[in-house]
Design a protein around this ligand. Structure first.
Ligand SMILES: Nc1ncnc2c1ncn2[C@@H]1O[C@H](COP(=O)(O)OP(=O)(O)O)[C@@H](O)[C@H]1O
Ligand SMILES: [Mg+2]
Length: 429
């Protein structure tokens, strides 16, 4: 090889080697890059797997909390539709499966007749949005089967990652039973509390006694003045005195029923309709006089009830008295066209005897319904109501093995139903 050829060759070799070196370096770089990418992918795969398993875990946790909570838990979206519900929730709302509840609007479970309960729940939702949560609201809910329950409700707002509201959680339970027990407790306490009873009684009796002594004073004063008192004058005063004496007698009768020993009388069979008619006869003239329309519909061939007919009459009289007060109170608020009405019905449906007193009076407010049976609870003006009529009626009906049910809608109607179970089956209208 010639020296110049040698040089040429070496140059070429050097060039090639350089190129190879470069390619090699690039390949290495690429390899490194690929390795890095691979590593990254692996890591993100691991992260993804972890996220999925975390999600599963938290979903599992959520489901566990949801289904093992002793409360009803409901997830509601912003449109008000129910998206998720716990098993207890399904049960509490009277459904057989989740599917019966999901997709329904929450208003579905509020009372249709009560604007009030709709408004309360709307307020709760608004408060949840503004405050983030609300606690321990008491509210009547209507189950799928139409039955009512007193719910205790707490709510919380759920936000998405940007902090925007995305849904609500509602935690609720049924406190109807607890409330009832509380009320029974109150009832029992009051009954046991003789001191309280006595003070209520003396207050109630003092009122008519004062009126009587005032009338007597006035009569004596007039007599002393030497003015001749005619028979009309005496009649009028005597009527007032009798009215107040009757009031006192009623109160004493009431108290007697309260303190009565259950062995004081022997229960006997009596005709329901007879008892109802006797009670009505005490009101007929009075109602006519006051412009109260009375409709009586008594089913024939009702089986007899067992108990004390006088006490049963007292129950009907108490209910009629209340109905009378309610329609008159409403009449005072309405225009002249308003006709006060009281319906009295007896009938039998399967093995139950119903006695109903329905009036179109002022009605009982929803939150008072559970209180009106409590002794001395009265919304009537001082000296008018004793607040004992219903508690006594409750006691009498209970002793006869029956129940009292109340349905009321304010400024519309009130229905008191006495329900007695009989062995005598077979229907009659
Ligand atoms: N038919 C009715 N309509 C409206 N409210 C009623 C009716 N019956 C009872 N109430 C309510 O229940 C309360 C208690 O009744 P009650 O025990 O008979 O006592 P009182 O009649 O002496 O007030 C009444 O004050 C009234 O508020
Ligand atoms: Mg009364």
């Amino acid at each position: 090889m010639r020296p110049d050829e040698q040089v040429q060759l070496e140059k070429i070799i050097a060039e090639r080697t350089g190129e190879l070196q470069k390619t090699h370096e690039e390949t290495l770089k690429l390899l490194h890059f690929l390795q890095l990418e691979n590593e990254k992918r692996k890591q993100s795969e691991i992260a993804l797997k972890k996220a999925v398993s975390d999600l599963r875990e938290s979903e599992q946790k959520f489901k566990t909390i949801l289904n093992f909570s002793p409360n009803g838990i409901v997830l509601i979206d912003l449109e008000g539709k129910i998206r998720e519900i716990s098993e207890i929730g399904v049960e509490l709302l009277g459904a057989n499966s989740k599917q019966e509840i999901l997709e329904k609007h929450y208003l579905h479970f509020t009372s249709e007749t009560s604007e009030n309960s709709k408004q309360i729940i709307k307020n709760i939702i608004n408060l949840t949005i503004s405050e983030g949560l609300t606690q321990e609201n008491e509210l009547y809910l209507v189950k799928l089967d139409g039955k009512q329950m007193l719910g205790n409700i707490s709510t919380a707002l759920i936000q998405d990652s940007d902090g925007k509201p995305s849904s609500y959680v509602v935690v609720f339970n049924d406190i109807s039973q607890r409330k009832k027990q509380q009320l029974n407790q109150i009832h029992a306490d009051r009954m046991a509390n003789l001191g309280q009873m006595a003070s209520g009684m003396s207050h109630e009796i003092n009122q008519p006694m004062n009126i009587i002594s005032m009338i007597m004073d006035k009569m004596l004063y007039d007599a002393k003045k030497g003015t001749t008192v005619d028979i009309a004058y005496i009649n009028e005063r005597a009527d007032k005195i009798f009215e107040n004496l009757t009031r006192i007698r009623n109160i004493i009768d009431h108290i007697r029923v309260f303190s009565r020993n259950q062995f004081d009388y022997i229960p006997t069979a009596f005709s329901i309709n007879k008892g109802v008619e006797n009670a009505i006869s005490m009101f007929r003239e009075q109602f006519k006089h006051m412009g109260i329309a009375m409709h009586v519909s008594l089913s024939k061939q009702l089986p007899n009830l067992t108990g004390n007919i006088y006490q049963f009459e007292q129950v009907i009289m108490n209910l009629l008295n209340n109905a009378k007060d309610a329609v008159l109170e409403r009449k005072a608020l309405e225009d002249e066209d308003f006709v006060p009405e009281i319906d009295i019905k007896t009938f039998k449906k399967r093995n139950r005897i119903h006695v109903e007193i329905i009036d179109n009076g002022v009605g009982v407010e929803e939150d008072k319904i559970n209180e009106i049976m409590i002794p001395f609870f009265s919304t009537k003006e001082e000296g008018k109501g004793t607040g004992l009529g219903l508690s006594i009626s409750y006691q009498i009906v209970k002793d006869m093995g029956g129940e009292i049910h109340i349905k009321s809608s304010t400024m519309s109607h009130t229905k008191f139903s006495l329900i007695f179970i009989t062995n005598d089956n077979g229907d009659n209208g």
